[in-house]
Write a protein that binds this ligand. Structure first.
Ligand SMILES: [Cu+2]
Length: 233
């Protein structure tokens, strides 16, 4: 199995340049669908439109919205982007940003020229907002699924705010760092799933929405990363 998502700190310069080039090539006006901007637009819809909120992708306090499908939806969403990037460079994998151990934004994704090409905005990075190992360990012990997912989503939010700019908004995927952050969240879920005492989601038969080139199938279709064709190093 070569579809292994690596820790971003272990990527070779060549792996970084292929990843960045694959993102570049999905940005062009004549990029094959789904283009990068379609991924961004879908996430904006998920957070800002009444229909999008019915997809139950995020928990939004004060709006009565619970992210029943937070983990499942983002797993499908990341995998779709990864498959799209592999149409450009078949060797590309989405690396994960383990912010517990690497408490800076990965250097190749701080290059001003690259960020400008992608129209990415960033705030003032605040590493003190990044979760610690102790917090991650607490969340990994939680069961059943609903408690685990809710706390993992809550733990993931401050990372968005630590980076700021696009990452702190509904269009957070405009910053490709989004995908490295969410790959780490997905990896923690996969780790949790490996424990035999942990239960599956109560919403397993629900469809992931909206059905289209990026999102399809049900929650139960994405409960195994191996079935989806990848794994974590
Ligand atoms: Cu999201």
């Amino acid at each position: 199995m070569s579809n292994v998502r690596k820790d971003q700190s272990k990527l070779s310069p060549q792996e970084w340049s292929q990843l960045i080039d694959a993102v570049d090539q999905t940005h062009g006006v004549d990029a094959v669908a789904p283009a990068y901007r379609a991924f961004v637009a879908l996430h904006v819809d998920a957070m800002t439109t009444a229909v999008g909120m019915s997809w139950e992708v995020h928990t939004m306090q004060g709006m009565g919205m619970v992210g029943h499908k937070f983990l499942a939806w983002h797993r499908r969403y990341l995998r779709s982007l990864e498959l799209r990037l592999q149409q450009v460079h078949p060797e590309v994998r989405i690396p994960y940003w383990d912010w517990v151990n690497a408490r800076e934004i990965p250097a190749p994704l701080t290059d001003p020229a690259t960020l400008q090409r992608w129209s990415v905005t960033r705030g003032t990075f605040d590493a003190t907002l990044l979760p610690t190992q102790g917090l991650v360990d607490e969340v990994l012990k939680l069961t059943p699924f609903v408690a685990f997912q809710g706390h993992l989503e809550a733990l993931h939010n401050p990372v968005h705010n630590a980076v700021g700019g696009d990452m702190g908004t509904a269009r957070s995927p405009n910053d490709p760092l989004f995908f490295l952050h969410h790959a780490n969240i997905d990896r923690l879920w996969a780790t949790w799933e490996d424990s035999p005492q942990n239960s599956n989601p109560p919403h397993a038969t629900d469809d992931l929405q909206p059905t289209g080139p990026i999102i399809s199938g049900t929650v139960s279709d994405v409960l195994s990363v191996n079935t989806l064709g990848y794994s974590y190093e």
